[in-house]
Design a protein around this ligand. Structure first.
Ligand code: ZN
Length: 268
């Protein structure tokens, strides 16, 4: 069991993916007999010493010595961990990975995903309301085109203490579910809860399947009353802690954000 995957599953995926196609997405390959050749993406060179052997499903560079299979290529090229590389290629090749989750955990995850989807819709729509005007001005002041903000699903957490809580209650989401999702916090000196993000520009953080799994909050939008600003840190993230339902630690930043120059965008 490598990385929790059986060798049969890994062989199945390897046999179904075309390594020439995988490598060919980032390397210009030319046929050379049984092999394919190109300029190595892992070191700088002018004559091709990087080869792909489709029969054996491997690549090798005679210049820098790196080599491996399709998983190894994706890990190097896209900086993926082994499990992510396996999942990516499994999805591409239509191999179903056995689920290692109990129905109970799966149910909790499903609930969490629904909460995240609804919250993302709420925040995204709020950015384009009258109330979100300040946030839009802020976005543009950071040199980000509004069309880009729309495309990346940037959102806005309205001012006040319970805009999200009130909205989500109408959708049948409980306060407890919002707390579990990292979007609400218990009041310190009274009963009840309050919205974690207030008066902030938000960017969605997505998993490899493109689902919103957390939100990152940028600095409070300037011009907002001080009481509406979230306390302490100017940047925070709603990702559930490790061990929480669905908490895989800090997820990859998939949506891009203005403060990060829109790095980490997904491939089309
Ligand atoms: Zn090389």
């Amino acid at each position: 069991m490598a990385g929790g995957f059986s060798s049969q599953i890994l062989d199945e995926i390897r046999s179904r993916v075309d390594i020439v196609e995988i490598v060919g997405q980032s390397v210009n390959l030319k046929r050379a007999g049984e092999h394919w050749k190109g300029l190595c993406p892992f070191h700088s060179e002018k004559t091709p010493s990087f080869t792909v052997n489709p029969k054996r499903g491997i690549f090798h560079c005679f210049g820098c010595g790196v080599g491996g299979d399709a998983f190894g290529f994706l890990m190097r090229q896209d900086r993926l961990g082994f499990p992510e590389a396996v999942r990516t290629l499994a999805q591409r090749s239509g191999v179903e990975l056995p689920t290692q989750r109990t129905p109970e955990v799966e149910g909790k995850l499903e609930g969490l995903r629904r909460v995240m989807t609804l919250a993302a819709q709420f925040y995204t729509e709020a950015l384009w309301t009258k109330d979100g005007a300040k946030a839009r001005v802020y976005v543009e002041s950071r040199g980000v085109d509004l069309e880009v903000a729309r495309r990346f699903g940037l959102g806005y957490a309205p001012e006040g203490w319970n805009a999200l809580l009130t909205h989500m209650a109408k959708e049948g989401v409980t306060d407890g579910e919002l707390v579990a999702a990292g979007l609400a916090l218990p009041r310190q000196n009274a009963a009840g809860f309050y919205d974690r993000f207030r008066g902030r520009l938000l960017f969605p953080i997505r998993d490899l399947q493109g689902r919103v799994v957390a939100f990152g909050g940028r600095a409070p939008c300037p011009g907002l009353p001080r009481r509406a600003r979230a306390p302490a840190r100017s940047r925070e993230c709603s990702a559930p802690r490790r061990g929480a339902p669905g908490g895989q630690g800090h997820p990859r930043r998939g949506g891009g954000c203005p403060g990060h120059g829109l790095r980490g965008g997904r491939r089309p």
